[in-house]
Design a binder for this molecule. Structure first.
Ligand code: NAI
Length: 285
């Protein structure tokens, strides 16, 4: 199936980036969020990010206009999904909310439409179970910031069929991304490997092995990571890191994924990283 019409549910950090890259690749996009203010904010962010690409001469001003013109908006999930070939859900990481959205989409989207989730840690198999089309439900895990990062982790649920997987792999390539196919296990590959590293860095800090700056410098200069694990945790959000570690710990049942008490303490204090101005490092302003 050729995917021409895409609905994106949720226009936050990830959703506006997903709408951006889909529209830029010539797809007609319907962006859905809770109210007009949120939709306008998402459109403003997309315009700002496109301006940046124009300034860097990655795209021309007319490419920007064409991209913007391909995006329409609505506050209704049903309306957004009604004519879509593919829906990408990017609402907050709460199972009950994903259930509500997928039940609504299953009722509203055409029978042959693919329903994808950008979840970072909720089981695709579980999400598929909220629908009567589990073979057409799949994970499309984009990375932040979406217009910049090349990876799409494509997650097959237990029932996801080959045709759905092939369509999503092909579309991801047409979006200029490199898709990697993985199976549905807690944390998939990305967070199963990344979060224990971040967690171990927090343990090293808590146990006084080294200061935060030193831990990050070891990983940057010693392992050629573009940023240290504590800086990365601050960027992702310490609450998000904690909740993914909790999923890994609970669903894999292995204590090696136990969240570090210092991470819990920071989250309890409201030290959530960059977004709150304070995490392992302080962010002025
Ligand atoms: P966010 O909080 O920035 O955006 C979520 C958006 O969904 C908000 O604009 C919110 O108003 C909207 N929303 C909430 N309920 C809705 C509903 N019923 N209908 C329509 N829109 C609704 O969240 P973010 O960070 O974009 O995360 C979205 C998903 O992407 C989550 O599942 C998260 O785990 C995943 N993810 C996040 C990454 C990140 O770095 N932020 C990276 C990869 C995946």
């Amino acid at each position: 199936m050729k995917v021409e019409r895409i609905a994106v549910i949720g226009g936050g950090t990830m959703g506006n980036g997903i709408a951006h890259v889909c529209a830029q690749a010539g797809r007609s996009v319907t962006l859905v969020d809770m109210n007009q203010d949120l939709l306008q904010r998402a459109l403003d962010t997309i315009a700002k990010n496109l301006d940046r690409q124009v300034k860097k001469e990655v795209i021309s001003p007319s490419d920007k206009e064409a991209t913007v013109s391909r995006i329409s908006t609505t506050t209704s999930v049903e309306e957004g999904g009604a004519e879509a070939h593919l829906v990408v859900e990017a609402v907050p990481e709460e199972v009950d909310l994903k259930e509500k959205v997928f039940r609504a989409l299953d009722g509203a989207a055409p029978e042959e439409a693919i329903l994808a989730s950008n979840t970072s840690s909720i089981s695709i198999t579980q999400i598929a179970g909220f629908t009567r089309r589990p073979h057409k439900v799949i994970g499309m895990h984009f990375m932040n910031p979406v217009p910049v990062m090349k990876l799409v982790e494509v997650i097959r649920g237990l029932a996801t069929d080959d045709a759905t997987t092939d369509t999503v792999m092909e579309l991801s390539r047409e979006l200029g991304k490199t898709p990697v196919q993985v199976n549905d296990f807690p944390g998939f590959v990305s967070n199963r490997v990344l979060m224990p590293m971040i967690n171990e860095a927090v343990f090293a800090l808590m146990e006084g092995v080294a200061e935060a700056e030193a831990i990050d410098t070891v990983m940057k200069l010693g392992m050629a990571h573009p940023m240290g694990p504590l800086t990365l945790a601050d960027l992702i959000g310490l609450d998000v890191c904690l909740s993914i570690l909790e999923v890994l710990h609970r669903d894999l049942g292995d204590d090696r994924y136990r969240p570090c008490p210092l991470l819990r303490k920071y989250v309890a204090a409201g030290w959530l990283g960059r977004k709150s101005g304070q995490g392992f490092f302080a962010y002025g302003g």
